[in-house]
Design a protein around this ligand. Structure first.
Ligand code: 6PG
Length: 318
């Protein structure tokens, strides 16, 4: 069971979510950590595996059992200012890791409140020390509006962060805003394929989908992520890298979005979720229930690490 020690800790509460079969737990002064076993957030369905593919399935299963020790989501709860401080450090550490290891850092932005929480990257020590020239910016989802429009996720990120740091314009991978939703999704996917070929974006040896270094995700009060909404057929898309929606419940209606296989092939993924209005969805995504369908936010399971940055309101029902 998840305990809720949030009130007793000053800076942040760290929780590794336990599965029902957790065997032990330990705690330190500033964090509470549960050991946990595999499968906690990875859905596996044997019924969908044909006898012909069972061998491959079980070898993948074996490797995912090894991997899932590091896949359990880490949840941290912050005061608002502290959340921004911790998020900047998290992104900066990954920037340093990937620019050193692979000479590029591929970061995918969402829209919404996320960008404002990245503001500490514009302050010392990060603003002058990060290798911005090696960043490549992408969008997990984008609204199909002109790039100059107030609703554009690019404009939001550009105004709030990208225009203030020396990322080469060619590394900012915006949608083609002259195209229809369908055309923009096809075009974005084609450009991602080119960047995988060139080695700018890594490729997952497990899934064959692009493996972005970091996905930065928000979540709506309904549990949607990117432009993948609960109950919408796009949530099940498993072939396309980028797809489109013309009836988004959250305006504006026309958007393009990464699909789950792309989101879940990433090396790192982080949620930034704040406000008591999202507490139910946070609870449902993290603790779930066998009886209710999984929210899109509960289906996020990157190849590497998943982290949730929450404020006390968003964590209030855990
Ligand atoms: O373009 C979008 O609308 C988003 O990418 C969307 O998925 C967003 O991240 C969530 O709706 C959370 O938004 P807030 O943080 O503003 O609630």
């Amino acid at each position: 069971m998840i305990q809720t020690p949030f009130r007793s800790l000053t800076n942040a509460t760290k929780i590794l979510l336990p599965t029902p079969s957790s065997s032990s737990s330990s705690s330190s002064s500033s964090s509470l950590r549960f050991s946990s076993t595999a499968f906690s957030f990875r859905e596996l369905s044997l019924s969908s595996v044909s006898p012909k593919h069972k061998g491959a399935f079980f070898s993948t299963l074996k490797s995912s059992m090894v991997d899932t020790q590091k896949n359990d989501p880490a949840v941290e709860v912050f005061e608002k200012e502290e959340l921004a401080v911790a998020l900047a450090k998290y992104v900066a550490d990954l920037s340093n890791k990937f620019t050193t290891e692979r000479g590029a850092f591929t970061v995918c932005f969402s829209g919404g409140s996320l960008i404002n929480y990245l503001r500490k990257l514009l302050e010392p020590p990060y603003v002058d020390s990060l290798e911005w020239s090696k960043w490549h910016a992408f969008w997990v989802d984008e609204r199909v509006v002109p790039l100059t429009h107030e609703d554009s996720n690019y404009k939001l990120a550009n105004d709030g962060l990208l225009s203030k740091v020396p990322i080469p314009p060619g590394n900012v991978h915006v949608i083609n805003d002259t195209l229809s939703a369908e055309g923009a999704a096809d075009d974005y996917e084609a450009r991602l394929r080119e960047l995988v070929k060139n080695g700018v974006i890594a490729s997952s040896s497990v899934t064959g989908f692009p493996k972005f270094d970091l996905m930065l995700l928000g979540m709506g009060p309904d549990g949607h992520i990117a432009s993948l909404f609960p109950g919408h057929p796009l949530v099940q898309e498993n072939k396309r890298w980028v797809t489109f929606i013309k009836d988004s419940p959250k305006p504006p209606p026309q958007r393009i979005t990464f699909t789950f296989p792309v989101i879940n092939s990433s090396a790192y993924a982080a949620f930034v979720v704040t406000g008591a209005g999202k507490a139910d969805a946070v609870h449902s995504a993290l603790k779930g229930s066998q009886n209710s369908p999984k929210l899109p936010a509960g289906m996020v399971s990157p190849e590497g690490e998943l982290k949730w940055f929450l404020d006390k309101g968003a964590a209030s029902k855990l």
